[in-house]
Design a protein. Sequence first.
Length: 187
Amino acid sequence: MSDTPVAIRWHPFQLDATIPPGGMPRAEYLARKFGDPERIAQIQQPVLAAGAMEGIVFHFNLIERSPNTIDAHRLVRWAQGHGREDAMVERLFQMYFLEGRDIGASDTMRQAAADVGLDDAAAGEFLAGAGAREEVIGEIQNAVQMGVTGVPTFIIAGRYAIVGAQESRYIAGAIAKARADRTGGNG
């Protein structure tokens, strides 16, 4: 296999673009999307189990609001320009899934910026404007046109898509195939 490093780039995608800009109560959102609490528990159980296997304790019970994530995606794009994209994504995931924080709220996003070593006031100024809004919305629309319907979705070399949480061997296989295609099979 080639020694060429794999570059990771996070792309925006909204699982539910109907969530209003200020977000909505989580219980209302889940009831609207999935119905009764028993069905919700059935959907969450495999995620909780997979997380536990990796040492991740999801705290879905702490989440009070389902956010509209456009501004969080804009913040990730802003952090990318400062070399902190991965750290920002990780921090936003932690805030939402582990701490139950509203990642659509400006104060939460500013705190995330500070937590990853960026200027929270500058992050707030960026979020107050329209920076990267059209770019993020355009990327989301492009993903929908490509057929992306869920997360995670891994796009390898712009040619191969792996949808859903998959074992690392499947992702490694797609990377190896993309490398082999690029090098004419001499990977």
